[in-house]
Design a protein around this ligand. Sequence first.
Ligand code: SF4
Length: 496
Amino acid sequence: MCGVFGAVVPGSGTIDGGQVAALGLFALQHRGQESAGLAVSDGEQLMVYKDLGLISSVLDERRLPSLRGRLAIAHCRYSTTGSTVWENAQPTFRLGPRRAIAIGHNGNLVNTRELLGQLRGGRARLPASTDTELLTALLADEPAADTVDALIRVLPRVRGAYSLVILDDRRVIGVRDPHGFRPLVLGRLPVDADGSPSGADAPGLWGDDAANTGWLLSSETAGLDIVGGEYVRDVEPGEIVILEEGREPRSVRFAPAQPALCVFELIYFARPDSYMEGRNLYEARRRMGMELAGEHPADGDLVMPVPDTGAPAAAGFAEASGSPYREGLVRNRYTGRTFIQPSQTMRQRGVTIKLNPLREVVRGRRLTVVDDSIVRGNTTKQIVALLRRAGAEEVHLRISAPPIYHPCFYGIDTQIEKELIAATHTVEEIRTFVGADSLGYLSIGGVLRALDLPYDRFCFACFDGNYPEPVPYDASRRKFMLEEDGEVLSLVGVSG
Ligand code: SF4
């Protein structure tokens, strides 16, 4: 996972594209916490700044004033297999014979090895070990004079998941792969003559500016909200959207759409205040909880979430089951998401730092605990143990997603099958491992009923093994590749 944001703002006033993009990116911090970066252009010169760390520490008040431009893209990174080093932070930057470009990428390519073979000069020409760096080099080297023409030539050769924001010196360009695995939305930033967002009651968010419109790209609609933008539409799978100052967005299709949005975005990953496929995600998750209560009723004294992401489904479960809803775990908001920590050791430390039980709520009670997923099982096991130490009489676990049987190669950190507890254990064995009194998962049918959308709109591959984009043997056997070809391994699937 990663978060991407793009902005083109009117040039006649005080609004700054770098500021807008940095602020939009703040709403996407949950999508990646390892590094952050911003690329800006004033129409002539392109500048990139990136570093390891949270957005607030990388794009702080000392840096932002020197990163000004009417055009900007921003990125926060969560690596899927690559190392967390400065070189792998984004946006990437490349000065080619025809163009200078910067790219922010959410997703994971699956034919990196093949693409590497197409790069003149090979890996020696790459300053970093990410698939995004390789894509940037291919685009910068492409002899077509125009960036959009270069994209039309290069993208049909690229396979896997990619939602991109691209900056050349004159434009911000949004791209979504033909499956649309990762979300990307187009928004507008209306600005009245007094500088306030058009129609907004709030005082001018961006100071005095001429009447005009800015254009935005964001991984999630919540990114548009935070800057005072309005949702226009999703960037379509297989579409290139070109944003230029003073013009309506233009659209170019480079491949037919074969939609397969990652359903995990709706179940767990994206913010509950975001909208995807026309659904508000809080509401979708609440309905998943209601479906879960129907499929796996639990006779507990109360229903409690694993905070924060389990809360909407727990609310739905409580509503449907008629059990009271209580919060029994307090989350320290200043630690990263457990799932997102790069190493197992960090993950194990993470849960005890992050969650503390409310003994008054938990003690002597039969708890129905609702969470949104079990990946490796270690975090869940620790949560159950925490609750038992706090005096819980029974712990009945309910998961608002199906079991994760298969790895993801499209940008979520579950590539190694043997690390997925459901790939090697039955539900009963998982229940025993995590120490719960009972365990129930929502079915794929339950997810679809909650969304009221058809199966063929989504990728469900980690639940049913039906991969919309075939994964080459080398991309699905990374550990094997390490023994065979270390050079290629270090380039596979490391964007986010
Ligand atoms: S395999 Fe799973 S996590 Fe990966 S894109 Fe598909 S649904 Fe999402």
